[in-house]
Design a protein around this ligand. Structure first.
Ligand SMILES: [Zn+2]
Length: 117
């Protein structure tokens, strides 16, 4: 199967099995757009015409079909993080060290704006 027919088949499957997580409305093929893919996971932007919710759905390719998984990412958040490298052991150690040296409370952390990139 070429990439386009794979994509169409996958979208058909998603449309048949997935409903809007907010209002339960069925999707049409035109509500689903593939925004990224690896060999086993396709990322899809889903747009509900009923309640206007936009969601990011991962379709995990398995033998015999695809398993849809709703993410809690908004489609624009996905655009920001998709090309980042996976979290490494060094990242975990860095956060751990930061937390050990931090002597404030969490309400301070939550109030701080996100660092500029
Ligand atoms: Zn909806």
């Amino acid at each position: 199967m070429d990439s386009n027919s794979t994509s169409r088949a996958l979208i058909r499957e998603i449309v048949a099995h997935v409903r809007c997580a907010v209002c339960g409305h069925h999707f049409a093929a035109s509500d689903v757009r593939v925004v990224g893919r690896t060999e086993q996971v396709w990322a899809m932007h889903i747009n509900c015409r009923e309640c206007r919710t936009q969601a990011l759905l991962f379709a995990v390719i398995k033998e015999g079909g695809a398993e849809p998984i709703y993410t809690d990412l908004a489609p624009d958040e996905w655009e920001r993080v998709k090309d980042r490298p996976p979290i490494s052991t060094d990242d975990v150690i860095a956060v751990h060290q930061y937390m050990q040296s931090y002597d404030g409370d969490f309400s301070e952390i939550m109030d701080e704006p996100l660092p500029e990139e």
